[in-house]
Design a protein around this ligand. Structure first.
Ligand code: SF4
Length: 333
């Protein structure tokens, strides 16, 4: 008797962590009736996580704009004419002040983003190393997103106390060239491997709503779920179209599409923190509650996500009260 894909995925829930998912199995999970999908996501979530805890992360752009890359969604690419104000790398003390504010507001993870193609071994990188040391000493999980990275650079960051590195796959390998032409999917995967081999926690996810097909969304999840080790953190972003970028006229995705991505990521990568990321600003509390039920257990806090709008701290605090959720403590002491 052959098993349906739903039976197979429920079996996998019992079996635990798998890295040998097929694209067809993931499509079977992704395409099931939405209420069944939410139920399965919620079930897996409860087996691996405390559902009353949500990790609150703060993302700060420490170097903004002027990026040589051509990511079609990104207002920081120098070649697009957007309202982003270019800003050189911030000073270490200024960043420490922002990290202290984030910690006081309940964030346990502080992520610093620089609009670079790749890390260069120069004084700016030395400054970032000092930022990482400082935030780590505050007892927060410190994360960076700095572009491509060699193994040696990853080791330097690890030695400074880096907890996690974000490097999104963005979309499927097949659709990647429609969004970015200045680097390859293989480059992306190499950086993830460099991060992993330096024993840094991997944060990698993608964006929906860029004109990709559902099969591309499934393809990206398949790549993540068949890595040697699953990313510890999987951000799911909805495109926030920004005037001046090639994707400025794209329609916004529905909350149901976000929920499908979140629940599928939760089921196939049970231990990962699944992060409800860009696009949250347009969601009601009820919609966000469905995302948490489906398996999201991490959010970005603060009124800016690098350069795009995000709900303010006070709104999130009110939401946590209504939903009786609590911020997860830092795992760094
Ligand atoms: S997403 Fe990152 S790499 Fe791409 S253009 Fe924006 S800042 Fe540069």
């Amino acid at each position: 008797m052959s098993l349906s894909s739903k039976e197979k995925s429920l079996n996998s829930t019992v079996m635990g962590i798998r890295n040998n998912w097929t694209r067809e199995e993931i499509a079977g999970i992704y395409n099931q009736p939405i209420l069944e999908l939410i139920y399965e996501g919620a079930t897996v979530h409860r087996q691996h996580h405390d559902p009353s805890e949500v990790q609150v992360c703060t993302l700060l752009s420490v170097k903004t704009g002027g990026c040589p890359e051509d990511c079609a969604y990104c207002p920081q690419a120098a070649r697009y004419h957007t309202d982003v104000q270019v800003h050189k790398l911030m000073e270490v003390e200024e960043v420490m002040g922002k990290a202290r504010e984030a910690q006081a507001a309940g964030s346990s993870r502080f992520c610093m983003g620089a609009a670079w193609r790749e890390v260069r071994d120069n004084r700016d990188f030395d400054k970032v190393i000092d930022m990482v040391k400082g935030v780590n000493q505050m007892g927060m999980e410190v994360c960076c997103t700095l572009g491509m990275l060699t193994h040696e650079q990853a080791v330097k960051l690890k030695d400074a106390g880096l907890y996690a590195y974000n490097h999104n796959l963005d979309t499927s390998e097949e659709f990647y060239g429609d969004v970015i032409t200045t680097r390859t999917y293989k480059d992306r995967l190499e950086t993830l491997e460099n991060v992993r081999s330096a024993n840094i926690s991997v944060c990698s996810g993608g964006i929906i709503g860029m004109g990709e097909k559902e099969d591309d969304r499934i393809g990206m999840l398949h790549t993540l779920a068949t890595l040697r080790e699953h990313p510890e953190s999987v951000p799911v972003n909805a495109l926030v179209p920004v005037a001046g970028t090639p994707l400025e006229d794209h329609a916004r995705v529905s909350v149901w599409e976000m929920i499908r991505m979140i629940a599928t990521a939760r089921i196939i990568m049970p231990r990962a923190m699944v992060r409800l990321s860009a696009g949250r600003v347009r969601m009601t509390i009820e919609e966000q509650a469905l995302c948490f039920l489906a398996g999201a257990n991490s959010i970005f806090a603060g009124d800016k996500l690098l350069t795009t709008p995000n709900p303010a701290f006070v709104e999130d605090q009110a939401m946590f009260q209504v939903l009786q959720l609590r911020p997860r403590a830092s795992s760094v002491k």
